[in-house]
Every structure is written in C-alpha cells, then in structure tokens.
Design a protein around this ligand. Sequence first.
Ligand code: 4NP
Length: 151
Amino acid sequence: MKILMVCLGNICRSPLAEGIMKTKLPEDCIVDSAGTISMHEGEHPDKRAIKTATNHNIDISKQRSRPITKADFENFDKIYCMDIDVLADVVSKTKNEEQRQKVSLFLEVLEDHKNAEVPDPYWGDMKDFEKVFQLLDKGCSKIAEKLCLKS
Ligand code: 4NP
C-alpha cells in the first residue's frame, strides 16, 4: 500500500500526517507527502510542526517539501487531501477516473467528520498545531484500520 498525504505547502499538515501514518503501518507500506504549491520546495517542515511531532516522539525533521507530480497519481494507491481547496486542486490534476478514485478528503475516513477539513495551522500557534496533530492521529488510526488490517 502506498499512501500520499497532501496539503498546500507541505510544511505543516501533510508532513505531520506522513510522520503519524508511518507509525501506524507495517514497514512495507510506503507513506509520503506533498503540497499543491511549490513555494516551500526543498524546505524542512515548519519548526512548530517538528516540535509538535517531537512532543509525541515522532521525528519529521528530515522531511523536505515537494509539490505533487503527475507521477504521484500513478505511483500511489491512496491520495489524502487535507482540505477542500487542496482536494479540488488535486482532483483537477487527475487525468482519468482511475486516478480520481485514488483521491479523497483525509477526514472523510471519520464517520463524524464528513466534508471536514484539517485546519491550516500555519497562521496559528502551538495549540493549533497540537489540535491538528490530534485530528491527524485520529484519522491515521482509522486509515490504518481500514487499509492495512484487512490485508
Ligand atoms: P500546510 O500549511 O499547507 O499545512 O503546509 C501552509 C504552509 C504554507 C503556507 C500556507 C499554509 N503559505 O502560505 O506559505
């Protein structure tokens, strides 16, 4: 199973989602993340995201931001988008129904969060990052349960 987490800048939400998801899946599952913009390409995650992950014993400090590519739609089985704008952008880059089927809103996995978005903590503070961590942790647990335990 190959999973791609996608947000806008790939420095806050999707790096956290990648780091959390990796702790919940077997070694042979591949997890990566990307952004819909290339503004932060090559940068490490936001310091506050790194600190929040560290508080939960997860190291995301070595990740580097990168924009989503055409190849990602071939290479990954599931592409999870952090909010509705990101979803619309990612869907607009798909070239057929098979690729479209791989793409969904991350929080849709939680029954009580239909159409819900992972809020962007970029303009917020450490409390916002912790809230995002908790939301991502819930979603990642559910994804792991759905995707991997059945195989
Ligand atoms: P992310 O957060 O999409 O969760 O990585 C953001 C990062 C950068 C910007 C916005 C959101 N930005 O405007 O540069």
